[in-house]
Each structure stands twice: as C-alpha cells, then as structure tokens.
Ligand binder design. Structure first.
Ligand SMILES: [Zn+2]
Length: 326
C-alpha cells in the first residue's frame, strides 16, 4: 500500500489517520493549519476527497463529514476517504465566511482555486490545499450551506466527456431533488470546477443553513446520502438507492433586498415560483404591513432569507432557473 502524506497525516495502512496540513502562517508566526483525516480501507478502490467549511461559517458540512467518518471503518471500505472538514480555519473560528486575516479582494476561498504560492493569503491557502487534492483525489464532494435549515440542493461540474458524466453520477447518487448541471463558465475558481477541469469528477452539496441553522436530521441525511455516493463508487457494499428523477435547472439568480425592515418569508426551499410570486412581507416598527417582496423570476427556491429582519443588499432569495424534471 503506497503512502499518502498530507501534512502531518501520514497513512500507509488500513485505518484512520489524523493530522494537520499547514496552509499559511498566522500573523503571530504560529502555523495556520487545518485538520486532515485519512481513512484507508482494507481493499483497494478510489480516493474520495471531502471538503467542509470552505466558507468558514458553513458548519453543517463539517458535521456531515465527521458523522460519515464515524460510521465507516477500514473493514468493508474499498479505497480511501480523505477529509478536510475545516478548510478556512480562521474564518471558522470567527463564525464568518472569509478569513479575518485576508486583506485583499475579500478572500473567497471558493473562488481562489487552484491557488497561488505567492498570492494573497487565501490564494496561498488554496494552493496548499489544491496541491494535495490534485495529487491524490479521484472524486471530490465539497460541502456548503446557505441561509436556512431546509436548504438542500447540489451542483455538479457539467463538463464534456467522462468527467461530466461521472460528476453527474455523484449528483444522482447524492440525490438532492434540485440539482444544477453547472456549466463550465460559472463558479470559476471553485474547488469543484477547478478539480473537474483537471479530470476529477466533482460535486458541491448545499445542505442546511449557515452557522447553527441546521439539525441532527440534516446531518444524518447528508451522511446517508454521502454513503450512497460511496456505494455508487463501489467503495461500500450494498444497493445504491435510486433517487428517481431530479429537477435540473439551467443556472441560478441571486436577488438582493432593495429595502429593509422586519421580514417574514412566505415560501420554502424547493417551492416552484412564478414572476410576481410573494416571497415574503415586510412590517414596520409598529407591526404594520409595509410591503411585499415579489419574485422577479420564474423558477425554484434554492434559498430564502429567514428573517426576522432584513437589511438592504442582503440575499433575499436564490432561485434556480428553468427547472425541468430529468
Ligand atoms: Zn459556501
């Protein structure tokens, strides 16, 4: 069995190996390092690479990854799971999307892959992570969250040829009803699209809401769907669950709030909406209705602001466009 070395996690035998990968230095000179878990099966098979907290306050994915790994053992596993459950560690500590130490261009880690060894902090982090991914990964699943607990959709890299077909296979095995076959020109710099362009089939999962907006049920569901992906890849025994037809949409639109106020949503994730559908209502400080938020697009609700208060420019709704059952 060959050795897989990712930072201080060095694995050359079946079982779970833990360690840390240094991705940068902290301003005080200590290493900025992220957790690494390598679970090697007793039988050969592919290497499934998992990312959590690419955005620091999207904790649900970290918990799905931990839950999944706790449920697996070397016996019965074919191949290897490599998990980086907390990529943007300093953002994670601060309960925010991006690193507090990034001073350049906002530092969205999911727009910085494959990274740059002498770039901005976030580009350097991406470089350290992606160098390891490129060396070892056969498949990538990258976990994100959106606004509320009921968020559940996915997007796979819809590239020509085998890599696109295999990416679609990941999406169907995960089986979230709302799924975007992502064209190559969106999410440039995401780990998903960068890996796929390098030949690694890749899926982004959006499960649960940011910070604490998720439940044990969302975590358990995500872990079971991930195990279904592993059955699909031949890494685990058992029948692959067929999730049936999915709603494929063609792209998505972010709609931001152009006013503020107390806000109560009127739609849920996966609801089909038309132009003019009431998304929610505003109220003034005396509790009087002060207007409705109406949808500017037809499509499917991927995420909706939970309220109770809205500021100008906040994400009001995220809509999947042109859904069709496939
Ligand atoms: Zn995210």
């Amino acid at each position: 069995m060959d050795t897989i070395e990712i930072g201080s996690a060095i694995s050359s035998a079946p079982g779970l190996t833990k360690g840390f990968l240094k991705v940068a230095d902290l301003p005080d000179g200590r290493p900025m390092q992220i957790p690494v878990m390598i679970l090697r099966g007793e039988a050969p098979g592919p290497t499934l690479w998992l990312h959590g907290c690419v955005h620091g306050n999207e904790y649900c994915g970290t918990f799905i990854i931990h839950e999944t790994l706790r449920s697996l053992s070397a016996r019965g596993l074919k191949g290897t799971v490599v998990a980086l459950p907390i990529l943007n560690i300093t953002a994670f500590e601060k309960n925010q999307r991006m690193s507090p130490y990034e001073g350049y261009n906002g530092g969205d880690l999911n727009r910085c892959f494959p990274g740059q060894a002498d770039g901005s902090l976030t580009q350097q982090m991406a470089h350290a992570i992606y160098s390891a991914l490129k060396k070892h990964a056969d498949y990538l699943v990258d976990f994100h969250t959106a606004l509320t607990e009921d968020v559940h959709w996915a997007l796979y890299a819809n590239l020509p040829g085998e890599v696109g077909k295999k990416s679609e296979g990941l999406g169907r095995a995960f089986g979230f009803k709302s799924t975007l076959p992502a064209p190559p020109d969106i999410l440039a710099g995401s780990a998903m699209m960068t890996a796929a362009k390098d030949g690694v089939p890749a899926l982004i999962v959006e499960a649960g809401g940011k910070a604490a907006s998720f439940s044990d049920q969302v975590v358990a569901d995500g872990a079971e769907r991930l195990r279904n992906v592993m059955r699909h890849l031949g890494m685990l025994e058992g029948a692959v669950k067929d999730h049936g037809k999915l709603w494929y949409f063609s792209n998505f639109a972010w709609v931001t709030a152009t006013r503020g106020g107390l806000f109560q949503r009127a739609v849920n994730c996966d609801d089909r909406i038309a132009v003019g559908t009431r998304l929610g209502s505003y109220f003034d400080l005396h509790g009087e209705p002060s207007g409705d938020a109406l949808s500017p697009h037809e499509g499917i609700v991927l995420a909706i602001h939970p309220g109770p208060i809205m500021g100008n420019g906040e994400t009001l709704v995220h809509i999947g466009l042109n859904p069709r059952e496939v």
